[in-house]
Design a protein around this ligand. Structure first.
Ligand code: PLP
Length: 396
């Protein structure tokens, strides 16, 4: 895994993503000020660190947070490799996604914690025992999302295999995940989940006779900010680590609950250098399908970025990019590898222009939320879909 620093090689890319170390660290400070040491800070780096790049984000936050959450065990092994290469102290890593038996063996060797969220773990136990593997595990309780995790109805029956297996699968944590904290400003469903979680957790701890402190964790970004009763021992910060609000509703609620609005700082800027800049005459058509026709003589710039790179085709005719602090419209259709931008108002006479597809420049900004609105989706999808083939450059 490569971490590219800003100073190097930037000139040679046509499209790249810059990730601000200070923004990430400022966002961690926001969580720390909410926590006041009452709960641990877990950083969620799934989905290529929400599209920001696993290695650069890990290197920027590793010393600031208490735990790293990932979906895939393969990501955890990549991080272990990166730590070895750099002689870094191994971080606490918790894999929350489903993993294979082979991956479970490797997690044991690599001292990666895992989450037991399904019945396959019953079958894994024997094999792990044979190979004398032991794992620190968190039990996932399904309290209302109906995704992974064990449900209240069959809780003790489904988890009976953990009884007497403590040497192989040592339960260190119990977790769940909210279904509906982001989309609403009233939290009745979430509060039911909290109640359910606490009751289930208590039953399980008694049943398994768990000794020692068991870490309970339930909140993602929204829950941790707006539901004090759900913060428990660790909060799992995903979207807000990257400086984005989970939703408008969450932002409104956070202001009410926290009294002040925390200052989250978006960490990502997506940039692209133009390939062609030229004037085309009045009446010219632009792009596939001839969906746009110039009403006047127009200066256009062609940028080598398209839906292959994660710039959604559906934003055709709606999106803007920033060039020299000016908002310039994307005209015609977004293509696989190209977009065409009207740069008539751009003062620079240069033959190559640099555009910000996502990010800010001075007072102007193209937020992930704006791009998501144009694309009729949510910002989570926009940022995680920025092509992983594009270089991620860590800046100050
Ligand atoms: C993705 C995820 C999170 C982080 O959610 P955000 O809304 O991005 O903070 C936390 N916990 C689990 C189980 C998740 O899957």
């Amino acid at each position: 895994m490569m971490i590219i620093m800003a100073s190097k090689l930037k000139q040679s890319y046509s499209s790249w993503v810059e990730v601000s170390t200070s923004a990430l660290q400022q966002n961690v400070q926001v969580f720390k000020s909410i926590s006041k040491n009452a709960f641990q800070i877990g950083a969620v780096l799934k989905g290529n660190a929400y599209g920001h790049g696993l290695a650069p984000v890990y290197s920027a936050v590793r010393s600031q947070v208490d735990a790293i959450y990932l979906i895939s065990a393969q990501d955890a092994f990549q991080i272990r490799e990166l730590e070895r290469q750099n002689y870094w102290h191994p971080a606490r890593i918790i894999v929350i996604g489903a993993i294979s038996l082979a991956e479970a063996h490797q997690c044991s060797q690599e001292e990666v914690e895992v989450v037991i969220g399904g019945s396959e773990w019953k079958d894994y136990t024997q094999s792990l025992k044979k190979k004398a593997c032991s794992l620190k595990v968190h039990v996932h309780l399904d309290t209302g999302l109906s995704r992974e995790g064990f449900r209240s109805e069959n809780l003790l029956k489904d988890l009976a295999f953990l009884k007497g297996a403590q040497k192989i699968l040592q339960v260190v944590g119990i977790m769940s995940h909210f279904a509906n904290t982001e989309d609403v400003t009233e939290q009745s469903y979430a509060l039911e989940q909290v109640t359910e979680f606490k009751a289930m957790s208590l039953r399980l701890k008694k049943f398994l006779k768990l000794k020692g402190p068991i870490e309970e964790h339930l909140s993602a970004s929204a829950g941790a900010m707006i539901l004090p009763e759900a913060r428990l021992n660790i909060a799992r910060f995903g979207i807000s680590l990257y400086g984005l609000w989970p939703s408008i509703e969450a932002r409104i609620s956070a202001k009410l609950v926290l009294k002040t609005l925390p200052e989250l700082k978006p960490a990502l800027t997506w940039k692209c250098k133009s390939q062609v800049v030229k004037w085309i005459k009045k009446g010219s058509y632009v792009g596939y399908g001839c969906t746009y026709r110039c009403s006047q003589e127009t200066r256009i710039a062609v940028f080598p970025v398209g839906y292959f790179d994660g710039y959604p085709r559906i934003v055709s005719g709606k999106a803007h990019v920033l060039i020299g602090k000016k908002r310039c419209p994307v005209i015609g259709r977004v293509m696989m590898n190209h977009i065409i931008v009207d740069v008539t108002q751009v003062k620079s006479k240069k033959s190559q222009l640099e555009a910000i597809l996502l990010g800010s420049d001075g007072k102007e900004s193209i937020s992930a939320e704006s791009l998501a609105n144009w694309a009729q989706t949510i910002h989570y999808e926009i940022i995680t879909r920025i092509g992983s083939h594009l270089p991620r450059i860590l800046t100050k």
